[in-house]
Write a protein that binds this ligand. Structure first.
Ligand SMILES: NC(=O)c1ccc[n+]([C@@H]2O[C@H](COP(=O)([O-])OP(=O)(O)OC[C@H]3O[C@@H](n4cnc5c(N)ncnc54)[C@H](O)[C@@H]3O)[C@@H](O)[C@H]2O)c1
Length: 340
């Protein structure tokens, strides 16, 4: 069997999970790792039996022996590291989001196409059994024309989330807060399912709970080119974390997704046999990593090529701009007059 020799860049939180999961994937071997924090890189290499250890990305690209890169670094490094990898001709699986902003994402996609090198994005919920079944039901037209989607992401992060990785606090390093970092997983699923670009947006952001630049709460509505309204509420300050839900309302049927206690989707008003995501695996992360390996090794279709992760960047950019440029304030509020 052909195996993908993978170099892990950024040996932090998610890379630890990816490394554990990759042990269950026969097509992947962890060949190298790299982190600016030398102790972290060494510990990661020991834990996962990795022989080549680097503390400098350029050095890894110049001297490392590997086929492809898995980038799990702060968001401001996604674009420059991917562009360097493309120059070196190395395929990349980058952690979500593709980049901090749409212009960065567009540059990556354009250069990947020009160089003919594969770039995938680990929006692994596309490989989640419930999200996949929901998306395929929408794509096949089984719910009829979809006019409304509502996404709720009621998650909780504690101070240790920002203390352990302070780059999450600043806009310059992260590009955004809960909408880009957490909500975009499910916004991506919705836009992938619809296969439509957003054309307009209204949105609000706020930062309750923490002394940080990024938003910890975001609400927004997008209108897609086909006229579907997509509503998202994303937060990291729920007192108790609750299930993520995606509700899809079509002309002839409804789909309701929950991620807890395990991923599931319920179809109402339409008889639909849920489709299973491609590849074997216990978890969406495992299927996504395996899917990337098969894409690079065998040219098997991967569910998340970089170009397909641009609509969600466009949507997040639009919602942030809407939140900044202001809303329609009622100049004349009848309730104030009643009180007076
Ligand atoms: N797919 C998911 O469900 C999921 C979950 C969590 C995080 N993520 C994504 O993974 C990425 C990393 O997030 P994290 O939570 O693991 O962050 P983290 O801060 O825990 O890890 C990032 C690592 O990158 C290292 N690093 C920083 N600069 C570097 C450089 N120049 N060269 C090499 N290493 C460098 C840091 O030292 C750190 O170890 C982000 O894109 C994040 O959004 C995805």
């Amino acid at each position: 069997m052909k195996r993908l020799e993978l170099a892990v860049v950024g040996c932090g939180e998610i890379a630890g999970y990816a490394a554990l999961v990759s042990k269950l994937i026969p097509q992947i071997r962890l060949a190298a790792c790299c982190d600016v924090d030398s102790a972290r890189a060494q510990a990661f290499a020991r834990r996962h039996g990795i022989r080549q250890v680097f503390t400098d990305y350029a050095d890894l690209l110049a001297r490392g022996s590997f086929d492809s890169l898995y980038l799990a670094v702060p968001h401001d490094l996604h674009s420059p590291m991917i562009l360097q990898a493309l120059e070196a001709g190395k395929p990349v699986l980058v952690e979500k989001p593709l980049a901090r902003s749409l212009p960065e994402g567009l540059e990556i996609v354009e250069m990947a196409a020009r160089r003919g090198v594969k770039v995938g994005v680990n929006y692994q919920y596309r490989y989640d059994s419930g999200c996949y079944a929901l998306a395929r039901a929408v794509q096949s037209g089984s719910l009829g024309r979809v006019h409304s989607i509502r996404i709720n992401v009621p998650w909780r992060r504690t101070q240790s989330y920002f203390d352990a990785a302070p780059w999450h606090k600043t806009l310059a390093r992260s590009g955004g807060g809960t909408l880009l970092t957490q909500g975009s997983h499910f916004l991506d699923v919705a836009l992938w399912a619809l296969d439509e670009l957003p054309v307009s947006a209204v949105g609000y952001t706020a930062s309750p709970g923490f002394e940080v630049e990024v938003e910890t709460l975001a609400h927004g509505i997008l209108q897609t080119r086909g006229g579907t309204l997509v509503n998202i509420a994303s937060t990291m300050v729920a007192a108790r974390e609750q299930a993520v839900t995606i509700e899809v309302y079509g002309q002839t049927g409804t789909a309701i997704y929950h991620d807890l206690p395990f991923p599931s989707v319920k179809f109402v008003g339409a008889r639909i046999k849920p489709q299973r995501p491609p590849g074997w695996g216990l978890h969406a992360l495992q299927r996504s990593l395996a899917g990337f390996a098969r894409w690079v090794l065998e040219d098997d279709p991967f569910l998340i090529p970089a170009a397909s992760a641009l609509p969600v960047l466009a949507a997040v950019d639009a919602l942030y701009r809407a939140a900044q440029t202001g809303d329609i304030t009622l100049a004349h509020n009848p309730f104030d007059e009643e009180k007076a």
